[in-house]
Ligand binder design. Structure first.
Ligand code: AMP
Length: 249
């Protein structure tokens, strides 16, 4: 069973992002970039399915600038077999990304496609759902458990107040939630081996996909700075301040 995993290059989760002075977006100059954490979980799940003998080949795909090859090499070091970069310097919206992923799905014909539930840069949480709509495949989103057997995948989904298990006919789309697994670290020998694994570079034009945007970002603002807190000496003083100063009681 071939498994396709979509990985996105995003600002590292430890970085405190800065908004550009003209409020047009986030300043990416000299900022540490990494694989989106939910995509790391997607890669780990594919590697575990390969270790179980269910997946036979893992192909990782990223859509983004040439530098996204770094994240693809990381995925190769974690156990993926092959990588595809759809190179585009433009900032693409989710529909454009989903259309490009659909073109890669048509080309690669995977039985299972695993994506993160959301990218931590734009928090869109929609690419997997759009890809499911474009391909017509079943979707199991927010997966906390994945079991493949007999041409089906059972996906346990994190939902409000509990869990729901859906059974999907393969080929299918799965998006990963935090509790699905704990990603491993790449070992040094595997990082070295990953340098020799195949990485194909394609373009949206070569895939015949128009990435024209249907929307543009109008304004990006940092959250308002929090004012400093104060210490109170007694419960009575706290209640008095909540009543008369904060006016929340
Ligand atoms: P989003 O819908 O943007 O929150 O992203 C959800 C998931 O879609 C990510 O975790 C990735 O698996 C995939 N994805 C989004 N953008 C890209 C991209 N540019 N390249 C590869 N995968 C992507």
């Amino acid at each position: 069973m071939k498994t396709l995993v979509a990985v996105k290059r995003v600002v590292d989760y430890n970085v405190k992002v800065r908004v550009k002075a003209d409020n047009s977006g986030v300043d990416l100059a000299n900022v540490k970039m990494s694989m989106n954490p939910f995509c790391e979980i997607a890669v780990e799940e594919a590697v575990r399915l390969k270790e179980l003998g269910i997946t036979t080949e893992i192909v990782v795909v990223s859509i983004g600038p040439a530098a996204a090859q770094e994240q693809l090499r990381t995925a190769l070091a974690l156990g993926a077999d092959r990588a595809v970069l759809v190179e585009s310097a433009d900032e693409l919206n989710s529909l454009a990304v989903a259309k490009l992923l659909k073109a890669v799905v048509d080309k690669e014909q995977p039985q299972l496609v695993i994506l993160g539930k959301q990218a931590i840069d734009s928090d869109n949480n929609q690419t997997g759902q759009m890809l499911a709509a474009l391909t017509g495949y079943g979707q199991g989103t927010f997966a906390s458990n994945v079991e493949v057997s007999g041409g089906q995948v059972a996906v346990t989904r994190e939902i409000d107040g509990g869990a729901q298990t859906v059974s999907l006919k393969l080929p299918a789309i799965v998006t990963t939630d935090l509790r699905l697994n704990e990603p491993r670290y790449a070992s040094l020998p595997n990082i070295m081996k990953a340098k020799k694994k195949p990485l194909e570079v394609l373009t949206p034009d070569a895939l015949g996909v128009s990435t024209a945007s249907t929307h543009k970002t109008v304004n990006v603002e940092a959250p308002a700075a929090r004012s400093a807190g104060i210490k109170v000496n007694s419960v009575a003083e706290l209640v008095e301040k909540l009543k008369n100063q904060a006016k929340v009681l």
